[in-house]
Design a protein around this ligand. Sequence first.
Ligand code: SME
Length: 306
Amino acid sequence: MTKEIYLSGGCYWGTQHLFSLVDGVRETEVGFANGHTDSPTYEEVYTDTTGFAETVRVRYNPSVVNLDFLLACFFRSIDPFSLNRQGGDAGTRYRTGIYYTSEADLPEIEAAFSRVEKRLGGRPVTECGPLQNFFPAHEAHQDYLRKNPGGYCHIPLKTFTYVRLLQDLRYLLGDETDPVARMANAASLIRERTGWFWVGFYRVDGEQLVLGPFQGTPACQRIGYGKGVCGTAWERGETIVVPDVEQFPGHIACSNASRSEIVVPLRDGNEVRAVLDIDSTDLGTFDLTDALWLEAVAGTVYSAKA
Ligand code: SME
């Protein structure tokens, strides 16, 4: 069985590349959706008067990947609050949208909107509606970033690293139930794929965090509740991005080489069980893109079974 969904995420080159990296996606095709002319050319759509949006048709095997995962990847690749503009591209042809061909998909689509709203605190301006029409773009636009490595891409390139990392992590961890084993392999895979200076976990132990599996230089073994970046992320129950560790009051320096940092809680319902801590030797390494993908990574590492 093959299912399909049509996704507009700004310039279709980057969006197609993203979905081509998702296991279970059988085929992607770029084109123009939901306009009011017939068989538009790229040049016509470019005038921004045809009503079309640059769109990717994603055909997938629902027994390998579900719509939920596809939409989570989609929302992590766009600015859901930006109307008719993504990255450097502006115009209604670059609006974001989710267009379905089966109404049965609506509950999952609505759930994806709700999750974004809950996480980011606002309703996405992303359009949602039935697909009205779709015309494939010229062959030169298909698989553009594969044919032109290093070509223009409005999606941060680390997105492509994360989408593979997240899927590979799922296979690697499988149904292992030991949390230390899961954290150990997760720290290794993240470090291997990104090269970041320090990647590791601190586990909640009473009133303190205690050092868990990590990759990198020796680190502080215990951190109090509310202390440092890690203890603060635990206290707040939310991800903390620190562009410059010297600007974070109470930051605990385990190594002078660390200049920026991100800490992501691993939670069991409302309870924080551990945190994922990543340090970089550069300033400003992490942003909202990292936060959203690493929250998915943290969710994979901490499974309720483990
Ligand atoms: N910088 C962290 C301490 C842990 S190390 O970065 C490995 C903090 O302030 O909590």
